[in-house]
Design a protein around this ligand. Sequence first.
Ligand SMILES: Nc1nc2c(ncn2[C@@H]2O[C@H](COP(=O)(O)OP(=O)(O)OP(=O)(O)O)[C@@H](O)[C@H]2O)c(=O)[nH]1
Length: 389
Amino acid sequence: MTPLLSDQVLILIIVAAVVLVGGAAGLVVTRRRKAELPSSAQPAPLETAEPKVGEDAEEPRDTPTRTLEDTELPEPATATIEKPESAQGRLVRLRARLARSQGSLGKGLLALLSRDKLDEEAWEDIETTLITADVGVAPTQELVERLRTRVRVEGVGGDQAREILREELIALLDPSLDRSLKISRKETQPAVVMVVGVNGTGKTTTVGKLARVLVAEDKHVVLGAADTFRAAAADQLQTWGERVGVRTVRGPEGGDPASVAFDSVKQGIEEEADVVLVDTAGRLHTKTGLMDELGKVKRVIEKSAEVDEVLLVIDATTGQNGLTQARVFAEVINVTGLVLTKLDGTAKGGIVIAVQRELGVPVKLVGLGEGADDLAPFDAEQFVDALLD
Ligand SMILES: Nc1nc2c(ncn2[C@@H]2O[C@H](COP(=O)(O)OP(=O)(O)OP(=O)(O)O)[C@@H](O)[C@H]2O)c(=O)[nH]1
C-alpha cells in the first residue's frame, strides 16, 4: 500500500511542530521576564528560531510593547489659583540678586574713586568701567565730569566717595521721572497696555508676570495673545493667565494680530475689566513692516479704547544690540515705558542708564529671574543701592 505521506514530508511536519511549540513557550517566558524588568532595561532578544518550512512557521513579529507597568498616568488637573506676590517690596527681595549680578560694577567704581591719588589714569579707569558696563559714552562723560568736580570740592575721605557716587548715579537715572503704570480703568473702558519688543527678549513672559503684578493689586485683567507669529506664544500666555485665573483671548495661529487685539479689548469691555494686556509679535523684518504691524494693532484697538501704555521690552544681556532695537521701536510707536529683562543674567546693568537716556522714556519694570514673581517695579534709589551693596 502506498503511504499517504512520504517519510520526508512526515519528518518536516514534526520538525515544524517542534519549532512552533518551542517558539511559543519562549515567547511566554520572554514576556514574563519583560514585565519584571525595570522600564529602562532592554527587552530580552527573542530567540531566533529558524524554521525552514512554510510561511506559518516564520518568527512572529514582536516589537517591544509598553506594558501596564510602564505606563505613566497623567497628573490630575489642578485648578488651584495662585496668589502672586504684591509688587511692593519685590525689588527689596530681588536686591540680593541685583547686587550679585551688578556688584562688580558698583564695587569697582567705588574702589577706583576711593583711591588715595585720583590721577588721570584713575579717571580713565572709571570711564572704562562705566563704558564696559554699557552705561554709554555720553552719560559716562557726564558722570565723570560731575564726579571730578565734586571730588575736587568735597574730597573723598570717609564715606564721602560712596555718597558722591550714589548721589550722582541716582541723578543720572533721573528719580523725578514718573514710573507709574497707567492702569486705571476709565468710566466704561479698561486701561489698555500694549507690550512690544523683539521676539525672545522675554515679552510674553513679561506680559504673564505683569498680569500677576496686577492681580496682586486686585485688578481684573484680560490678556490678548496678539503674538500670532510664534505658535506656542498663545499657549504660553494662556498658561500664565490660568495660573492666576485670568482669561486669555486668542485667535487662529498665524492670524491677524490686530483682530486678536481688537477682540481682547472687546472682551475687556464686556467683562468690565480694569486692564487689558496685549502681547504683540515684534518681528524686526523691516522697519516699515514693523511700523505697519504695530501701527495697525494700535489703530484697531483705538476704535474701541485708548491705548494707555506701550511698554517696550529689552533684553539687558544684548547690550548695544538691544539699544539699536529699542531705537527702531521708538521710531515706529510712541513708547511710554521700558522693561529691562534678564538683568540677573548680565553684569552690564549700565544699559538701564543708557537706554533711558537714549529714548527719553523711563524704565518702569525690571526682570530679575525666570520665577513667576521676578518682575519688579523699577526704583532708581534701590537700584543704585543694590549696585553699591
Ligand atoms: N533669567 C531671566 N530670564 C528671563 C527673564 N525674563 C524672561 N526670561 C526668559 O527669557 C526666555 C524668553 O522669554 P519669552 O517670554 O518667551 O520671550 P518673547 O520675547 O515673548 O519671545 P516670543 O514669544 O517669541 O515673542 C524665557 O526662557 C524666559 O524665561 C528674566 O528677567 N531673567
